[in-house]
Design a protein. Structure first.
Length: 449
């Protein structure tokens, strides 16, 4: 009962074919399953609260009161969102003595008032500072594909993805600073939406980069993501429209985004772009050399390093041994950046965004692989710092362009059944999130057809 879309599960609830209590019980059973991934996927669960809320919502529904499209559905939140009265650990051990949160994060308030049931807090890369999803403190949940091979889920919203793929939640809420919603969505066969950064309030979310952080859902469809986006903005406007596919003009950048691509990803991408083209979409390869300026602008560590260092330098000074060493080394890069370099970075970003907007303004969206590789094996990454850093850069590369350019983007699953998950990234313009969701839904419909 947990593996449908929000729309499908909503219909079952409305028809009385399933209750919220049954959804919650099913989710908790999966979380508690010793053979499953619950222990590494969640850092905390709320079984008692969730059941009590489910019973209350079932009563409301029986009386004809429905709060929203997600009322009575178990939702997971990443471990960096504040829950009143609890210390926000953000995937760390080092914050164990930090003060508890005074109030719920803004997005959690919105979710609760819409009747979403908080099933638990999900595991993540410590302080969200990696695209791989490995956590030495709480363990790493395994990718749903070919689990015997023990592959990574992608990060940093690792638990968010596995909570959905393994039917422990109807959807998960993550954050995306350099791809942390889209990467695990791509590697775990889900749909992930990264909005324009300012679209959803980050109040009560532990920051990685105050400039780049955005909050988005990981779910089973574009419509699921759109509904959750509406709830988190407090504007429920209903299902999004498709656009006629033959009206779409889509650009495929030829700079950087295909470097070091694996055959599986290249073949899936080619198959889907050919399909869209055959259905009438205009697919145009474009040079996009301005992307080469982004790594140059970030050469001193970029926004994440300096802004994370500002947030965490006291903890680093006091208790560096409690950090994941691979995260600590990235945060410490921020100490080297001068105020002069930080302002140069801000100016460079403004210029690069203006140049990019001129190139893309005549297209409906950009298409590229979300991640150029399939999920690597966890052991290989744990055993080699060099492989870890090389793979982390590759995981983040395509997605992080979207954060730097302050764009919205959706990752859609495009692999064939029983093969390694692969994501297609559909990237829109800044603040054109609704248009992007409509385009992504059109592409999703085409792929499913």
């Amino acid at each position: 009962i947990m593996n449908g879309t929000i729309e499908e599960i909503g219909k079952l609830l409305d028809l009385g074919k399933v209750t919220s209590l049954e959804l919650v019980t099913s989710a908790l059973k999966e979380i508690d399953n010793d053979e499953g991934q619950g222990q590494t996927t969640f850092t905390k669960t709320y079984a008692g609260q969730a059941k009590a809320q489910a019973i209350a919502i079932d009563k409301l529904r029986a009386e004809g009161l429905v709060l929203s499209p997600i009322a009575g559905m178990p939702i997971s939140i990443k471990d960096l969102f504040d829950v009143a009265g609890e210390t926000t650990m953000a995937g760390s051990r080092v914050r164990r003595n930090s003060a508890p949160a005074a109030r719920d994060a803004d997005i959690l308030k919105k979710l609760r008032s819409a009747g979403a049931i908080l099933i638990g807090r999900t595991n993540m890369t410590e302080f969200a500072f990696s695209g791989l999803g490995i956590n030495p403190h709480y363990g790493t949940p395994l990718n749903p594909w070919n689990r015997d091979e023990a592959r990574i889920p992608g990060g940093s919203s690792s638990g968010a993805a596995v909570s959905v793929s393994d039917n422990m939640a109807v959807a998960g809420i993550g954050t995306d600073t350099g791809g942390s919603v889209r990467i695990p969505s791509a590697l775990c066969g889900l749909t992930g939406f990264k909005p324009t950064a300012a679209r959803i309030s980050t109040l009560g979310a532990f920051p990685l980069s105050t400039t780049l952080d955005s909050i988005g859902p990981l779910a089973r469809s574009v419509n699921c993501c759109a509904i959750l986006d509406q709830v988190m903005r407090g504007e429920i406007t209903g299902n999004i429209a498709d656009r006629p596919i033959e009206t779409l003009t889509l650009a495929v950048p030829q700079t950087l985004v295909f470097d070091d691509i694996e055959d599986k990803v290249a073949n899936d991408f080619q198959r889907v772009t050919s399909l869209l083209s055959n259905l009438g979409a205009k697919i145009i390869d474009i040079p996009f050399d301005v992307l080469l300026e982004i790594p140059k602008a970030n050469s001193k560590g970029g926004y994440a390093a300096i802004e994370a260092f500002v947030a965490l330098h006291d903890l680093l000074k006091r208790d560096e041994n409690s950090f994941d060493p691979r995260v600590a080394v990235r945060i410490k890069r921020g100490e080297q950046m001068t105020a002069h370099e930080y302002i140069e970075l801000m100016n460079a970003r403004r210029t690069i965004c203006e140049m990019s907007n001129k190139i893309t303004r005549n297209f409906d969206a950009l298409l590229m692989p979300t991640v150029p590789v399939i999920a690597p094996v966890l052991k290989d990454l744990e055993n080699s710092d060099d492989f870890y850093h090389q793979m982390n850069l590759l995981m983040l590369r395509n997605c992080s362009f979207g954060n730097f350019l302050d764009r919205c983007a959706v990752s859609l699953p495009i692999h064939e059944a029983e093969t390694a998950p692969v994501g297609l990234m559909v990237m829109g313009e800044s603040d054109e999130d609704t248009k992007l969701l409509e385009i992504a839904k059109t592409i999703e419909t085409a792929i499913k057809r």
